[in-house]
Design a binder for this molecule. Structure first.
Ligand SMILES: Nc1ncnc2c1ncn2[C@@H]1O[C@H](COP(=O)(O)OP(=O)(O)OP(=O)(O)O)[C@@H](O)[C@H]1O
Length: 857
């Protein structure tokens, strides 16, 4: 048995799009068959039925209505599927035989644009990786904003470097030229963060032509000369996009080649540890992040740009000050900046609208959104006229107010157009002579009908006679049953209803032809004219994108100025010195949660004494303090004011953080191994201009090992790297390093002890903490009183014992997890107290705290 002709057609097309779910257009539906239908029915929760396909068994089938397709496509793509849209290329009404069909676009996770949600603030990057030997080319493309960020990394032996670079833009889809071994590792990691990866290996002999053809500029102009890896990755992403999108990618205009030293490189751990964009919580939400505090932008493009600034802090002092001076000028002009904000608020997502132009799915209402946005630009420009800082002046000079585009839309598009471009009712009266004439004909036609109705009524004497219209047989004359006998002979009966009969006459059909002909022509002509307007505007897409970019920058600068005032920030002094001085610094996020109770702290650190060892009890605020310093440096380097009363920031090239136990990303490694991996990356990559934050490094192994490693790390940073380093530790022994090494200074976060309690003062002061107060903190944490009292006894004994005595007792030998509450207490009482060292006791307490908490749960 052979397949039906339509199924044959389907199978032929599907053959070319094996890795996509094929949405096959049939009338008002997209239908899916076979495996696609099974997947779609499961993922979209739609009914799975069957279709006769010419075989014995029916083909599994699922379908979604055409008008709701966007929703379903979006859902599938978000789950990582590719969706190929196969359209009917001719009108079935006029097709002779089987309607011609073909795929007009493939949606993939990195290229889908949800054009319906104009408020969406996130970027969606597609990344292409090209690898050859130990060289990598990386090209990130955002089809929405039309931006491309391209770089290459040569002689790379550590895949984590590539991983960090990838995570700078957190792409949602990656294409790679081969499934090289390291990529497999990456896939494992990235899959957990929902990145979809596929192999794409087109032969790229003409990579350079592909690029110059797209950008109409030489490789030299594009700063890509001799960047062979970058060129290949860029060319392959362009080819991939062309294959998927099947349109000229005229929105891809803004190509930025960056070196890996153009921006401060924030590795993924640091972005996560400092909660810059996403919170550490599993839900990955944006609340409680630096972004959430700084984001007062009012346009979607401003929101996206701010996120990018945070991911790419600058290291060029001049550029940072360029931003800071403008933020400062806006900060000092409350009225001006609120006026600017008010104007920006009415501007739509011009980036998204421009990409709709490219994909031909822009409608007349969208054009009105562009017009409304443009209407605000002259006033915006006028407001910018008074500013003196270079950045604002530059925006003022370059801001293209797009008046020609405004005028074109204004004179051509109706004020309340239909949103379906194929329904007419789009073009304004007076814009096109032919449209006006056709409109008149269709209006006149309606009056002809009215006249005919009156004439027929009069002639036949049928009072209830009326002329109506339906889609099946067009205009008809309706006569109620009671007047049937008066119906003239030339009436041709068409339909019988319960109480009436419907007729047509040759005259009626004549008029109908004129009216309907005019209406169809009108709709067609309106579409044609709309299309040419759309095309004219599309030719100006680059100008719209540039204006949109200027608006985004302005929005971010105003946002930073607004937040600076609301949160009482100060303009930092940013320079190329080796100093970081902060007076009364605060943690930008925690202070917003704590009202006025946040205690500010200072820091003064420079190349001569670059290392701070910070001690203090648990919960004192060590991590908060270190993070706040890192965040303030980062904020200064994006051009933001900072939460302090004074700040001098000598720019840093990288911020590294090693904080707490992190996920076991590179599979098969223990927490300690992950910790050491991260530290080794830091020691291998940091320079004297970096800022390193190490929080309790060495804790993941036995005390002596941990302490020795911590000590050796500090010595290495001190002697070899000389990076500014903040090192929080519970190993009090490490504070002895201050006497040994010039560049190290001890600090502690002070607490006050009253009777049995401790009060956290949260103030950092010079010197090492005198003791750890572990027991008091354990008590605060709710450890049973009995345990606390026993622990005190133990500690007392310890403090009176000889610290150098070698010990046979190893706390880890006790399988504490298997102990019941009672035996736990017995175990403590039975400890070999005479021989235990303080560090072992503390470790033991630390374990106890954990176990006791788990027992309570
Ligand atoms: N400067 C401050 N002002 C007010 N509250 C603070 C301050 N610093 C920290 N805190 C509060 O103390 C809590 C604990 O701080 P943090 O986690 O920094 O302590 P820690 O010393 O690193 O503790 P541990 O050694 O157990 O990791 C924070 O969650 C915050 O609520």
């Amino acid at each position: 048995m052979s397949y039906t002709p339509m199924m044959e057609q389907y199978l032929k097309i599907k053959e070319k799009y094996k890795d996509s779910i094929l949405f096959f257009r049939i009338g008002d539906f997209y239908e899916m068959f076979f495996d696609d239908a099974v997947i779609a029915s499961k993922e979209l929760e739609i009914v799975l039925t069957g279709k006769d396909c010419g075989q014995e068994e029916r083909a599994p089938m699922a379908g979604v209505p055409f008008h709701a397709a966007d929703f379903y496509i979006d859902k599938l793509v978000k789950k990582g599927y590719k969706v190929a849209i196969c359209e009917q290329l001719e009108d079935p009404a006029y097709a002779k035989g089987l309607v011609e069909r073909d795929v007009i676009r493939v949606f993939t996770p990195g290229t889908v644009i949800n054009t319906n949600s104009l408020e969406e603030k996130s970027n969606n990057y597609l990344l292409s990786i090209f690898k050859e030997g130990d060289g990598y080319g990386l090209s990130f493309v955002d089809v929405l904003t039309g931006e491309l960020f391209v770089t290459q990394i040569t002689k790379c032996n550590d895949i984590r470097k590539i991983y960090d670079e990838i995570m700078r833009y957190s792409p949602s889809e990656i294409i790679a030229n081969s499934d090289f071994f390291e990529l497999k590792k990456l896939i494992k990691i990235l899959h957990s963060s929902k990145v979809f990866i596929n192999k794409y290996e087109k032969v790229l002999n003409n990579a350079e032509d592909v690029i110059t053809g797209q950008f109409h500029r030489s490789l030299k102009d594009l700063k890509l000369e001799r960047k062979k890896y970058a060129i290949k990755s860029l060319a392959s992403v362009l080819l991939y996009l062309k294959e998927m999108q099947k349109v000229e990618l005229s929105q891809l205009n803004n190509l930025i080649y960056y070196e890996d030293n153009s921006f401060m490189l924030l590795d993924n751990n640091t972005i996560r540890n400092l909660e810059i964009i996403y919170s550490i919580n599993r839900d990955h939400s944006k609340s409680g992040t630096l972004l959430s505090v700084l984001d007062q932008t009012v346009t979607p493009m401003g929101g996206r740009l701010l996120k990018r600034w945070l991911e790419e802090p600058l290291i060029d002092v001049e550029k940072i000050n360029y931003r800071l001076d403008s933020v400062s000028e806006l900060y000092n002009d409350y009225k001006g900046r609120s006026d600017i904000r008010d104007i920006l608020k009415g501007i739509y997502d011009l980036e998204r609208l421009s990409s709709k132009l490219v994909y031909q799915n822009i409608n007349a209402k969208d054009l009105l959104s562009i017009k409304i946005s443009i209407e605000r630009l002259p006033k915006l420009k006028q407001l910018l006229n008074k500013y003196n800082s270079n950045y604002l002046k530059e925006i003022f000079t370059k801001l293209d107010t797009l008046q020609d585009i405004h005028d074109l839309i204004d004179k051509s598009i109706k004020d309340d157009p239909s949103s379906n471009v194929k329904e007419g009712n789009i073009i304004k009266d007076g814009f096109d002579k032919n449209i006006d004439e056709l409109r008149r004909a269709s209006i006149d036609g309606k009056s002809w009908i009215a006249n005919l109705e009156a004439y027929e009524k009069e002639k036949t004497g049928i009072k209830t006679l009326k002329i109506g219209y339906n889609k099946v047989f067009g205009y008809y004359i309706e006569v109620s049953k009671s007047y049937i006998s008066s119906v003239p002979e030339n009436y041709i009966r068409k339909q019988t209803l319960a109480n009436a009969e419907r007729y047509i006459t040759p005259e009626l059909k004549d008029i109908e032809e004129k009216i309907l002909g005019a209406e169809t022509k009108l709709v067609e002509l309106e579409y044609e004219i709309f299309d040419s307007i759309r095309e004219q505007i599309k030719n100006e897409i680059y100008r719209i994108q540039m204006t949109s970019r200027h608006i985004a920058i302005l929005d971010v600068l105003v946002s930073l100025a607004t937040v600076a005032e609301t949160n009482n920030y100060v303009k930092p002094v940013v320079n190329g010195s080796d100093r970081i001085v902060i007076k009364d610094g605060r943690h930008p996020v925690i202070e917003t949660i704590m009202d006025d109770s946040f205690i500010s702290n200072d820091i003064e650190i420079d190349g001569k004494k670059p290392i701070m060892i910070i001690t203090g009890p648990n919960m004192a605020g060590k991590s908060t303090y270190m993070r706040q310093v890192a965040l303030i440096v980062l904020m200064a380097q994006i051009g933001s004011f900072v939460p302090a009363s004074y700040a001098e920031i000598g720019v840093v090239d990288r911020i590294f953080t090693r904080v707490g136990a992190s996920d076991d990303l590179f599979s098969g490694q223990s927490t300690f191994m992950v910790e050491m991996n991260e530290v080794s990356l830091i020691l291998n990559s940091a320079t004297k201009n970096s800022l390193i934050i190490l929080d309790e490094v060495g804790r993941g192994t036995s005390t002596y090992d941990g302490m020795s490693i911590a000590c050796a790390i500090l010595e290495y940073i001190h002697d070899k790297i000389k990076a500014k380093t903040m090192f929080a530790t519970h190993y009090h022994e490490l504070t002895n390093l201050e006497d040994k090494l010039d560049g190290i200074k001890n600090y502690n976060i002070s607490v006050e002890e009253t009777d049995d309690e401790i009060i956290f003062l949260r103030k950092i002061i010079p010197g090492a903490a005198d003791k750890s107060y572990g027991i008091q903190v354990a008590k605060l944490a709710g450890l049973p009183d009995e345990v606390v009292q026993n622990a005190k006894k133990i500690l007392n004994n310890l403090e009176n014992s000889d610290l150098e005595v070698a010990t046979t007792f190893m706390p880890t030998q006790i399988d504490i997890f298997s102990l019941e509450k009672e035996t736990l207490i017995e175990e403590i009482v039975g400890l070999d107290i005479e021989n235990i060292t303080p560090i072992q006791a503390l470790n033991y307490l630390y374990d106890l705290k954990k176990k006791a908490v788990s027992l309570r749960m």
